[in-house]
Design a protein around this ligand. Structure first.
Ligand code: ZN
Length: 170
């Protein structure tokens, strides 16, 4: 089921989301709905607060590209935590499904290690880099009520885009 994506101004986007204590059938349904919602919106990631659920759950799926390591893979993250990050940073544009019509430049660590739970409650660890790491970090920020516009490399590095071309958002 496609869920409604909350837009900037909705207070849930600024709340720190709660840790998932128990994975239930509802968690699975939420994950399935988030995946459907992300794909329908041509997003590369989606966090539970964006669909109105203040829980530490996110999905990431960067479209398959030979140039992007870890692309074409669906990642499901429950209680994700960044446990390592490279000192190397890189700037790139980001967009957000909750802030339609805008893009802005953000600096992020190039490589990260993230620990999380999968949908069966197993501990999983991901070493990701580049665009996939960026998508992970963007979604994990959502779980802390942080939006990419809080992290622009400078206040003028944000610009409008056509709604029609607003794809590959997080
Ligand atoms: Zn976002």
């Amino acid at each position: 089921m496609v869920r409604v994506i909350r837009k900037i101004g909705d207070p849930i986007l600024r709340r720190k989301a709660k840790k998932v204590e128990k994975i239930t059938r509802e968690t699975w349904k939420l994950l399935d709905d988030m995946i459907e919602t992300m794909r329908k919106a041509h997003g590369q990631g989606l966090a539970a607060p964006q669909v109105g659920v203040s829980q530490r759950i996110a999905v990431v799926e960067v479209p398959k590209s030979d140039a992007i390591v870890g692309s074409g893979v669906l990642y499901e993250l429950i209680n994700p935590e960044v446990i390592k990050q490279s000192e190397e940073m890189w700037e790139h544009q980001e967009g957000c499904l909750s802030i339609p019509g805008w893009r802005g430049d953000v600096a992020r660590p190039y490589r990260i290690v993230v620990r999380a739970l999968d949908r069966n409650g197993n501990r999983v660890k991901f070493e990701v880099e580049g665009h996939v790491a960026r998508a992970f970090l963007h979604e994990i920020d959502h779980l802390d009520g942080v939006l990419y516009i809080d992290k622009l490399v400078s206040p003028d590095r944000i610009w409008r885009v056509n709604e029609e071309s607003t794809q590959d958002l997080e």
